[in-house]
Structure formats: structure tokens, C-alpha cells
Design a protein around this ligand. Structure first.
Ligand SMILES: N[C@@H](CCC(=O)N[C@@H](CS)C(=O)NCC(=O)O)C(=O)O
Length: 319
């Protein structure tokens, strides 16, 4: 149970007051005190989701109890009417703190640090430092995380081939982040802030996906420093191991696509450019660009499309 701290003078006044009050009134006052301190914010989340991981890490740092509710987005649970009613954008993490419903992980981080921080070190009140923290939070949201997602997620979720231009965009963003870190131990302030937290979750995911971080010396030092700082706060359990879960999903998808590719190359060789019927899964991958295809039949529905494979592109996998 989370206890409310009552200043000593108020406690003394309350006790004195309760002593000459009837017991029914006493119970009412006790009730109010206990309820006020007992409501842990609810977090709707899924453990491997990177933005959810940042919220869990901050809760650990703040020693804040959360009422955790898993929403399995891989099973479409976020589309259940009661969740959409709460968050029309149906994404996790979503927090409900006594009726204040928030989503967008970086907004949740800012709220949690301001509302539950013992001091302002994680989200400084000094407006010039806070401006830098906010800029880094937005850099992560709109640039670094975004570019990581654009490069890896089409492959991880749909088996699309990697796009080299997206890789170059991610390298560019990492270069900017490396430059931001020039002369700094942490991303925005002299100490660890929520800017480091969200950037760390993104960076650890990029690392787990196998991106080469060697060219980014400052990032590598900062990465080590932040991991050391968070190690006593269940960093590995909450973030490190879950980043590997997504990396494994990516690897499995790559293997699945390579199999499809090999399987199809064989059938093409056997049938030497005769017509083939693609099943639904193959058709989906074909649509995602694994094959150059030539449609020779007419459409009834996707599973009965008839394609003539005229050329197979090398499967573009680099992780
Ligand atoms: N920018 C958001 C991203 C939230 C997001 O895209 N969450 C994903 C899981 S990582 C999700 O809930 N997807 C399911 C959906 O949007 O329906 C944040 O940082 O909170």
C-alpha cells in the first residue's frame, strides 16, 4: 500500500480532533486518507513494446507502484470497445491516473516525473534545461525512433525486404544524436533525465536489431553510462531482454521470407517460367516486393491470383 505522508503538525491536529469526535466520523476521515494514498496509476501495456518499456523503467526509478494491465496488441486486444473508449487512438502505453488518461509515452514520462519525482532532476524545472529535455524527447519521437521503425518494422511485421534508403536515414539520425552528445555525459542535462530514458530504449532496440554502432563513439559511451545507471532498476529484465524479444521476431520473419524465397526458386526452376499459383502468404510477400511478378491471370480473389514469375530479386537482407 502507498501511504500518504501527513505533515507532523497536521497529524497532531487531526489526532487531537479525532479524540473528541464520534467514532463514525473517525471512520469517515480514515477512509478518505486511505483512499487518497492507495490508487496506483493503471498502465495498459505490452512488455516488449519499446514505449511501454520506458514507462516501466521510469516507474522503477521513481519507486512508483503501477496497476499493470496487459493489452496484447498482437492479438488485436487494443481494438476492444472498452479500450477504444478509453483511448480512441488504441495504442499502448496508455496510463489512467485517477481519471487522467494519457497516451504518447514521452508525455506520460513527463507527467510521471513531474507528479511522482522526489525532486526535479529527471525533468528539470529550469526552463532552459527543460527546453533541451523536450527537444530531445521530440527528436526521439519524430526522428530517431521514427527512422528505426521505418527501417525495421516493415520487415519485422510484414516480411518486406530491407530498404537501403531507410538505412541511410537511420544512420543520419544516429549521426545527429552523436553530435548532440558532444561534450556531454547525458543527452540534455548534467544528470540522467527522461530524455536519456526514451533515447536509451530506442538505442537499445537499434542495437538489438544488429545495427552497427561502431561509427558513433559518443553514443557508445553514453549508452554504457546510461545502462550502468539503470542497472540497479531492473534494466535487463524490463528493457534489455525485451529488446531481444523484438530482435528475435525480426530474425524469424527474415528466416520465414528466405524460406519462401528458396521454396519458390525451386518451383520456378522445376516449372521453368510456367504459370504458378501463389498461396495467400506468398502473394502477400510478393506484394511486399520479394518478387518481380507478371500477372497473367484475372483476379477472383487474392488466393487464386495467377502469376508468372519472370524474375526473382535477391532477397535483400542485411541483419
Ligand atoms: N508514439 C507512441 C507510439 C505508440 C504505439 O505505436 N504503440 C504501439 C505498440 S509499440 C501500439 O499500441 N500499436 C497498436 C495500435 O496502434 O493499434 C508512444 O510513444 O507511445
Amino acid at each position: 500500500m502507498c501511504l500518504v505522508e501527513i505533515p507532523a503538525q497536521l497529524a497532531a491536529e487531526l489526532t487531537a480532533h479525532l479524540q473528541d469526535t464520534k467514532s463514525v466520523v473517525k471512520e469517515f476521515v480514515y477512509c478518505l486518507l486511505i483512499r487518497g494514498g492507495d490508487m496506483a496509476p493503471t498502465l495498459y501495456y505490452l512488455p516488449p513494446s519499446p514505449p511501454c518499456r520506458s514507462i516501466l523503467l521510469l516507474a522503477k526509478l521513481l519507486d512508483l507502484e503501477l496497476d499493470l494491465k496487459v493489452i496484447n496488441i498482437l492479438e488485436g486486444e487494443q481494438m476492444k470497445p472498452e479500450f477504444v473508449e478509453l483511448n480512441p487512438q488504441h495504442c499502448v502505453p496508455t496510463m489512467n491516473d485517477d481519471g487522467l488518461v494519457l497516451w504518447e509515452s514521452r508525455a506520460i514520462l513527463a507527467y510521471m516525473a513531474a507528479a511522482f519525482g522526489k525532486d526535479d532532476s529527471l525533468y528539470p524545472k529550469d526552463i532552459r534545461i527543460r527546453a533541451l529535455v523536450d527537444q530531445r524527447l521530440m527528436f526521439d519521437l519524430g526522428t530517431l525512433y521514427q527512422r528505426m521503425a521505418e527501417y525495421y518494422f516493415p520487415t519485422m511485421f510484414m516480411g518486406a525486404p530491407f530498404d537501403e534508403s531507410k538505412k541511410a536515414k537511420l544512420s543520419e539520425a544516429l549521426g545527429w544524436f552523436d553530435a548532440i552528445l558532444k561534450g556531454r555525459n547525458y543527452a540534455a542535462a548534467d544528470q540522467f533525465t527522461i530524455a536519456d530514458l526514451t533515447l536509451l530504449v530506442t538505442l537499445s532496440q537499434i542495437d538489438a536489431f544488429g545495427f552497427d554502432l561502431l561509427p558513433y563513439a559518443r553514443i557508445k559511451q553514453w549508452y554504457r553510462r546510461c545502462k550502468n545507471y539503470l542497472e540497479p532498476y531492473d534494466y535487463e529484465d524490463i528493457n534489455g531482454s525485451q529488446a531481444l524479444v523484438l530482435a528475435q521476431m525480426l530474425r524469424s520473419k527474415i528466416e520465414e521470407c528466405s524460406c519462401l524465397y528458396a521454396q519458390d526458386r525451386n518451383s520456378t526452376a522445376a516449372q521453368t517460367s510456367s504459370e504458378v499459383v501463389l498461396n495467400a502468404s506468398m502473394a502477400r510477400h510478393a506484394k511486399n516486393g520479394c518478387y518481380l511478378i507478371f500477372i497473367v491471370g484475372t483476379k477472383e480473389e487474392i488466393v487464386t491470383f495467377r502469376f508468372k514469375i519472370v524474375q526473382l530479386r535477391p532477397h535483400n537482407v542485411d541483419a
